[in-house]
Design a protein around this ligand. Structure first.
Ligand SMILES: [Fe+2]
Ligand SMILES: [Fe+2]
Length: 311
């Protein structure tokens, strides 16, 4: 698996959706579990710019190769969220994408700012922060594309298969970048390897956790991976990440699945109740109206205007 940043910069583009049979989205039914996963995945794809805001304040961004990657990566991820949203709208689920994104962000509250500050300080104190961040990037991209593969399999929906299949190709390139960059950083660097492993063992959480609750994360994991094939796929992710220098035998994704199973064993309703009750709407924030937080205001004609225009 190789990766060339020069080639990536040349070839990076918006997801090509030409020829997707959008007209037949409603021709095949989706289960409640499929819909739950699609909402989760869309929200996490749409959260990428905020994730990026954490990275841009770190020591890792002294590296121009990394910032070139992030510039293209962020744009590609934008179109993943947009197209999953389009798919859901065409399926007949009504929501305003901009409102939904703003609500997700507003609900993070002060926790988001604390997290940015601690990532920034941590990165400047810890010389090998990049190793940890790059490894997490590799796990996130690999688990995302594995999740899309599992949803293709579970849903059996032909249009979704086509759409997610195209997104998976992007995620593979992202994974290749993170994996190769992490490998480069960790090779012959015992100290970085120890820091990386120590941090992952203690602080790593599955992609989306923090934006989503533990129970939501578990619902996704149990819907997609709680069968023999799913478990094997998660073990496969651990095995691939274990090939990075210093991470041999590490268990992350499989451990998360076993922990989700344990929580459900203690409470049989755990996780599945979210799917059964169709809890995939995002409630508006309790404290401040979104308009106040986003500094967007609606004109009498109905069009929203940004406080900052131009660029
Ligand atoms: Fe994505
Ligand atoms: Fe990605």
């Amino acid at each position: 698996m190789s990766f060339s940043i020069e080639r990536y910069k040349e070839e990076s583009r918006k997801l090509d959706t030409a020829g997707i049979d959008w007209e037949t989205v409603t021709a095949s039914p989706l289960s409640k579990g499929d819909l739950f996963c699609l909402h989760y995945m869309m929200d996490i794809e749409n959260h990428v710019p905020l994730y990026l805001s954490h990275l841009l304040v770190t020591r890792a961004c002294m590296d121009p190769i990394l910032t070139a990657f992030l510039a293209c990566w962020n744009y590609e991820e934008l179109w993943h969220g947009e197209n999953i949203g389009k798919f859901l709208n065409l399926y007949g689920i009504e929501f305003d994408t901009q409102d939904r994104i703003a609500n997700v962000r507003a609900n993070l509250g002060v926790q988001n700012s604390v997290s940015i500050l601690s990532t920034m300080v941590g990165s400047w104190l810890l010389k090998d922060f990049s190793a940890v961040y790059l490894t997490i990037g590799a796990i996130n991209e690999l688990s995302t594309l594995t999740g899309y593969g599992a949803l293709i399999r579970k849903s059996g929906h032909p249009v979704l298969k086509d759409l997610l299949g195209r997104i998976i190709k992007d995620e593979r390139r992202h994974y290749a970048f993170y994996f190769n960059s992490a490998k480069e950083w960790l090779a012959d660097n015992r100290k970085a390897q120890r820091v990386d492993r120590w941090m992952l063992d203690r602080f790593w959480v599955p992609v989306g956790q923090g934006v989503k609750t533990q129970e939501q994360v578990d619902a996704l994991a149990l819907y997609l991976f709680d069968d023999e094939q799913g478990e094997e796929e998660l073990l496969g992710i651990d095995e691939k990440i274990g090939k990075l220098p210093g991470l041999s035998g590490i268990k992350l994704m499989s451990k998360a699945l076993y922990a989700a199973r344990e929580r459900r064993r203690q409470n049989p309703e755990w996780a599945w109740r979210l799917i059964d009750n169709e809890e995939w709407a995002v409630a508006p924030p309790k404290r401040s109206p979104v308009g106040e937080l986003t500094t967007r205001r609606t004109q009498p004609g109905g069009a929203a205007v940004g406080a900052f225009e131009g660029g």
